[in-house]
Design a protein around this ligand. Structure first.
Ligand code: HEM
Length: 433
């Protein structure tokens, strides 16, 4: 039997033999490109689906992983204890320090935070974040979100009705940045510096040096936030994390606290930017669906759910690992111990078995809420309620203020993020009307 070079071998058992049934990896398996000018992440996922529920793909750095595009299998793997997000514990080679991983995969798996942890460790790291993102805090933040949105809309006043704006830069981006800044309780004297540095993290046109500078600035400011919260924890998310860390039997170091905050910034900003932009594109491109929402027949929340299904802001989140070898009874798929697994949310959300005519934007779709856009199982997004509130307010208020807004380019001509992780439009030209 031949396993791909670099592929985790399974201790010679009967299950290992079954791995030969897969398409030959290495030379034969597809390279996961992500969105390009020729395809969306969802379309790439659909193509992978033709190869099976979890075909082997090659990721940057030569990592071979099972791309799970079958939504039911994705749910089972996300829930089961036999799959972990902790590379330091469950990826042979990486665990021992004999495997080098670089680039985007290294960035995603390299820090200790809620996302990259497993079992009790995960519960310890996640619970203070989840506790800080309760419905109570979302309700408490709603007036601030309304006021941030009004300020950003006011900033657009004076732009001619026949002029194009870039909806991403001028509208979708500033709102989540401001919300995260308030959520973290960044003090007034650091607001401008923090916002500029955090915005730099998502500037895809920035070179490596600028990116490193923004990263350094954000980390430095987060260090200051952690230090002052250690001295006097306030009624904000940093205060909650510090209190939970102090109360824990296994307290987090300042660096670990900072990594947790970084996760929240990364997870909570770009995702929400894309969700606002994509929902506006979907609605503006489908006047019949827009009319259902603006007339009040369909709640904006349902339109958001459908938009997130059709083009989830995170196409896939690297990376998971099989804790031990196992076989999924329903599909017969075998997973070797330590084998990397990539849940392909964008592909799973276009599964025709679950969503008839999956590429149609239908705000009245039944079952849309079962999409995987916010993940599934113990790692499912703890910021979903906050994100939903932000996006619904942002899109509703934009359409109220600019009922004649039109896309200047057809959606197919809009530039998208060139990534298999982040999934959205990099700029959206709109005439305010
Ligand atoms: C539309 C906006 C958003 C989308 C689509 C989204 C989606 C996701 C997804 C797919 C995951 C990973 C689930 C997995 O690995 O199984 C995740 C995790 C996470 N998200 Fe979100 N997210 C959004 C907004 C937010 C916001 C606003 C915050 C916080 C302010 C946030 C905080 C987190 C955190 C901390 C995790 C890691 C949870 C864990 O591993 O236990 N997200 N999100």
């Amino acid at each position: 039997m031949t396993l791909a070079p670099g592929h985790e071998t399974v201790d010679g058992t009967r299950e290992a033999e079954a791995l030969t049934d897969r398409p030959p990896p290495g030379g034969g398996c597809p390279y996961l490109r992500g969105a390009t000018a020729a395809q969306t992440n969802g379309q790439e996922g659909q193509r992978l689906g033709a190869l099976g529920p979890a075909p082997v793909v090659e990721l940057p750095g030569g990592v071979l992983a099972r791309a799970v595009v079958d939504p039911a299998l994705a749910e089972r793997l996300s829930v089961g204890p036999h799959v972990s997000r902790d590379a330091a514990r469950h990826w042979p080679g990486y665990r021992e320090g004999t495997r080098t991983v670089d680039g985007v995969i290294a960035q995603w798996i390299g820090t200790r935070n809620a996302l990259n942890s497993y079992g009790d460790d995960h519960r310890q790291l996640r619970s203070p974040i989840a506790a800080a993102l309760t419905r109570r805090r979302v309700e408490a933040m709603t007036p601030a979100i309304e006021s941030i949105v009004q300020d950003v809309l006011d900033g657009l006043e004076g732009i001619g009705t026949d002029q194009n704006i870039d909806l991403v830069q001028s509208y979708a981006l500033p709102i989540p940045h401001e919300v995260i800044t308030r959520l973290l309780g960044v003090p007034a004297e650091h607001l401008a510096d923090f916002s500029a540095a955090a915005a730099g993290l998502f500037d895809t046109s920035a070179g490596a040096e600028d990116m490193a500078r923004s990263m350094g600035a954000v980390l430095g400011l987060l260090d200051q936030l952690v230090a002052s919260a250690r001295a006097r924890p306030g009624d904000n998310l940093v205060g909650d994390l510090v209190r939970a860390a102090d109360a824990s039997e296994n307290p987090l170091s300042d660096t670990e606290l900072r990594d947790q905050l970084m996760l929240i910034i990364i997870a909570g900003t770009e995702t929400t930017v894309h969700a606002i932009g994509t929902l506006l594109v979907h609605l503006l491109a489908h006047p019949d669906q827009l009319a259902l929402v603006t007339s009040g027949q369909v709640p904006m929340e349902d339109a958001l759910t459908e938009s997130l299904r059709l083009r989830p802001p995170i196409a896939s989140v690297p990376l998971r690992f099989a804790v031990r070898q196992f076989r999924d009874a329903r599909t017969g798929e075998q997973f070797g111990e330590g084998e990397p697994i990539l849940i392909h949310l964008a592909g799973a959300n276009l599964d025709p078995g679950r969503y008839p005519e999956p590429e149609r934007f239908d705000v009245q779709r039944e079952g849309g809420s079962r999409s995987l856009a916010f993940g599934y199982g113990p790692h499912a997004c703890p910021g979903a309620a906050l994100a939903t509130r932000e996006i619904v307010i942002a899109v509703t208020r934009f359409l109220e203020r600019h009922p004649g807004a039109r896309l200047a380019l057809a959606p197919g001509l809009l530039e998208q993020t060139a990534s298999f992780i982040s999934n959205g439009y990099t700029s959206i030209a709109v005439e305010l009307g």
